[in-house]
Design a protein around this ligand. Structure first.
Ligand code: OSB
Ligand code: MG
Length: 374
């Protein structure tokens, strides 16, 4: 027997341009990684997006070639399961990886395979309590605030979403504040806005934005990455001015998570497995954050269904650990940023179902991803 790792490039068009302060894109490109062994196979999504903290695509490919060769070497000298565990150990030892999107894909494919061989859903492999978690609250990913209409927000609310995420920091602040008022007026009474500035603002602009949002009493749930220069001192000061949570996202990749004790200058972290090198590093970081009283939200990097299934599995594991860890401190589960599959005009397989503001997992062995026949 032997283990075989293969990967195939994909390019999936968006239904409309995806825009953030970092980028404007019409399609999503990556590689579907497949690892076959012991009569079954697992899948992972290598979906680099440097703006989200991953390596560039060229580094993803060369890293996938490395793992292809390495998995072949390991399987030449050991039985399949031993070689799979050895590869998983090498991936864990590689954190923090210079090619986290590639490592995430290979780790995901190995875990998907292990879980299938065992007959477990992948989240059960990550955390025993997680098997019970079937439904994950998710936010609507609406895109740039400039592109919103009251009708679009009403339609999204009718689908059952209660947290509506908007990209800001793209147009002048005064314009965006005006648009935010229009969106807020269309929200259901229990609706909230999650904003993401993707590091667009200097300290002055961020302060001005926060002051305006609070004075207008807009229902802001959180604000991701307000600062171009996210120093601890500036973030601590900004968080003190805010009634809502500030969150770190893409700037996390540049912090020293792995050797120093975890300190976070804001109330929340946004975790993306593709930027962190895999599902297990994401879970480890989430556990450290939760233990320190920091809120955790898992989000996609607009990856294909192969990635979304796996990212949802680790989100379920984190939610399970969270309810065990501190039921009283965090009674409500935050909406996770996993409802992004509708941005893709086509996909590599069926994405998890999103209904009434919840993403639904099932009990199928592995991640739940099944590729469309090609
Ligand atoms: O969180 C969501 O709902 C959507 C995901 C999202 O906004 C995103 C997607 C791709 C790259 C970066 C980000 C981000 O959160 O900054
Ligand atoms: Mg973000």
């Amino acid at each position: 027997m032997s283990i075989h790792l293969s990967f195939k490039s994909y390019s999936l068009p968006f239904i409309a341009a995806w825009q953030s302060a970092h980028e404007r894109q019409w399609q999503r490109a990556g590689w579907l990684v497949r690892i076959a062994a012991a009569g079954d196979c697992g899948y992972g999504d290598a979906a680099p997006l440097p703006a989200a903290g991953t390596e560039a695509p060229a580094a993803t490919v060369s890293r996938l070639h490395h793992w292809q060769q390495r998995v072949g070497q390991l399987s030449a000298v050991a039985d399949d399961l031993t070689a799979i565990y050895a590869a998983l150990a090498e991936l864990a030892a590689a954190v923090p990886s210079a090619a986290p999107a590639a490592d995430c894909a290979v780790e995901t494919a190995l875990l998907d395979l292990c879980a299938k061989l065992r007959g477990w859903p992948l989240r059960g492999w990550l955390s025993a309590q997680a098997v019970e978690i079937q439904c994950i609250p998710v936010n609507a990913a609406l895109g740039a605030v400039s592109k919103q209409t009251a009708a679009a927000v009403t339609a999204s609310a009718a689908l059952g979403f209660r947290v509506f995420k908007l990209k800001v920091g793209i147009a002048p602040l005064a314009d965006e504040l005006r648009w935010l008022h229009t969106v807020a007026a269309a929200l259901p009474s229990d609706g909230q806005l999650r904003l993401d500035a993707n590091q667009a603002w200097d300290v002055d602009t961020a302060q001005q934005a926060i002051r305006a949002l609070q004075q207008a009493d807009l229902p802001i749930e959180s604000l991701e990455e307000p600062l171009a220069q996210p120093t601890d001192a500036a973030l601590v000061a900004l968080q003190q001015q805010c009634d809502f949570a500030l969150a770190l996202d893409e700037s996390l990749a540049r912090r020293d998570w792995w050797t120093a004790p975890l300190t976070v200058p804001v109330r929340r972290v946004v975790l993306k497995p593709s930027a962190l090198g895999g599902l297990r590093p994401t879970l480890a970081l989430a556990e450290a954050a939760l233990a320190g009283g920091v809120e955790v939200v898992v989000t996609s990097v607009l990856e294909s269904a192969a990635g979304i299934w796996a990212t949802a599995q680790v989100a379920a594991a984190i939610i399970a650990e969270q309810s065990v860890l501190n039921q009283t401190v965090m009674p409500r589960t935050l909406a996770q940023g996993l409802a992004t599959s509708d941005w893709l005009a086509r996909d590599l397989g069926a994405a998890p179902l999103v209904r009434a503001g919840y993403l639904h997992l099932n009990d199928a062995p592995g991640s739940g991803f099944v590729p469309h026949p090609t």
